[in-house]
Design a protein around this ligand. Sequence first.
Ligand SMILES: *Cc1c(COP(=O)(O)O)cnc(C)c1O
Length: 228
Amino acid sequence: MIAENLNRIKTEIAEVCARVGRTPESVKLIAVSKTKPASAVIEAFEAGHRVFGENYVQELLTKFADETLQTLPIEWHFVGHLQSNKVRYVAEKIAMIHGVDKLSLAEEISKRAKKYNRTLPILLEVNISAEASKHGLSPDALFSEAEKIFALPHIELKGLMTIASPDREKVKQEFKHMRLLFEKLKTLAPKPEQITELSMGMSGDFDIAIAEGATLLRIGTAIFGERR
Ligand SMILES: *Cc1c(COP(=O)(O)O)cnc(C)c1O
């Protein structure tokens, strides 16, 4: 079931890429396994998938500690909202943190990454739909925050992340706006070539995200089924 879903999603991604003139290699699929057991991740791994996302620290730690999972060469992304006091639990092993929305969190990531003698890739989360219930920087606050974060050691700001509004009618505009912010971020970066990632697109809107330039898709339900 998971293998079939993965195949179907990868085919759909390739089809959308072809339609909008992009190569499938320019889009990376992150399989979001939150609330799903280790066995579901193993099933996807056996089907050839290597990149997974989680958005709760406790669950990620459970998966890190799983007998089988800990032996597999998986690239784990933290896609959710991360509290500063939890950074230390993920700083060693996580490949990228998507939901950074304030300087103090970036400073904590910088500090913890230093302990592991590494540079940790991060994305800034933008609240593009301006919903009060969502995390993320407003487009207005984004660039002044980014400038301070560019100056921190041991982290590499690689781009932007967002969750669009549930209304598909609005999504296209929101993703277009994200792309503009992403292009502007490149012009402000000390090294423009480091701004390579635009993380947007979930099960219900990844087709629109690809058309608007997403490089990282975060897809859960369409691969693993509904969450309880
Ligand atoms: C759960 C989640 C996803 C995946 O959403 P689906 O609709 O299940 O594809 C993507 N991004 C974040 C931040 C999430 O929390």
